[in-house]
Write a protein that binds this ligand. Structure first.
Ligand code: ADP
Length: 244
């Protein structure tokens, strides 16, 4: 049997982040260490205030750590300018947010096209349609975003995250504004994308949501508490979740 080669995507070593306000120093991330390979589905889990968002902002080049190493595809992120990081973010990272962040009074298709306007890619219409097809929304192209359900909005947001063919999708509490059925549909879609090889990093405080990932990194007070594989669930169990 052919063995799949493991390709490292993210390496974080001794990462620290502190915020300084006047004379007050708030340590938010204390000593974070992990590696994430291409094709993984990782949940970063922890209670409110534990440092999840800060970590996600650093991993997606929106903020820099105070000290420590962050390598993305083997490159030291600290060596890059903010402008270059913005370009890299557009190319390599797709975002899915709790509150969808779609443009109102704009069609589904135009929302998905938006990240392409900042990229060097061509054939925007075709790429956006392909992305919407991947999330099962080809029949909603010309709907306005206020004419679709919450679950559909999040699927549009996933299509938008996919449209530049990023190396990784960051999903920040993607089910937080959804009922449990739509939430499960969204998580099932993320699982499908991961099964097709897409790397996914999920940030959540909910165990049910985190259990859709293949690995859970738990953080508390800026430290990693545990970093474990999720037991493989059978398809029947996953299906049960879907019809809950
Ligand atoms: P989580 O996403 O797990 O809720 P955050 O990363 O948002 O946690 O925040 C972790 C801690 O860092 C909190 O105590 C928060 O108040 C603090 N924090 C976040 N951003 C800033 C900032 N810009 N300045 C000062 N403190 C901050």
């Amino acid at each position: 049997m052919e063995k799949k080669s493991v390709v490292n995507l993210i390496t974080v070593q001794n990462l620290k982040k502190e915020y300084v306000t006047g004379e007050v120093v708030t340590p938010v991330l204390k000593d974070i260490n992990f590696k994430i390979d291409q094709g993984e589905f990782v949940a970063i889990m922890g209670p409110s205030g534990s440092g999840k968002s800060t970590l996600m902002h650093i991993l997606s080049f929106l903020e820099r750590g105070t000290s420590g190493l962050y390598q993305f595809k083997g490159q030291d992120i600290n060596e890059f300018s903010d402008n270059y990081l913005a370009e890299l973010r557009n190319k390599e990272i797709g975002f899915v947010f709790q509150s969808f962040n779609l443009l109102p009074r704009t069609t589904v298709l135009d929302n998905v096209k938006l990240p392409l306007t900042y990229s060097k890619l061509k054939n925007h219409e075709q790429l956006a349609k392909k992305s919407l097809d991947a999330v099962g929304l080809s029949h909603r192209l010309n709907y306005y975003t206020n004419q679709i359900s919450g679950g559909e909005k999040q699927r549009v947001a996933i299509a938008r995250a996919l449209v530049c063919d990023p190396a990784v999708i960051f999903a920040d509490e993607p089910t937080g504004n959804l009922d449990s059925k739509s939430g499960n549909t969204v998580m099932f879609l993320l699982q499908q994308l991961n099964n097709q090889g897409r790397t996914i990093i999920l940030v959540t405080h909910e165990t049910d949501t985190a259990n859709h990932a293949k690995r859970i990194i738990r953080i508390k007070d800026g430290n990693i508490l545990s970093d474990e594989k999720v037991e493989k669930r059978t398809i029947a169990e996953a299906d049960k979740d879907l019809i809950k």
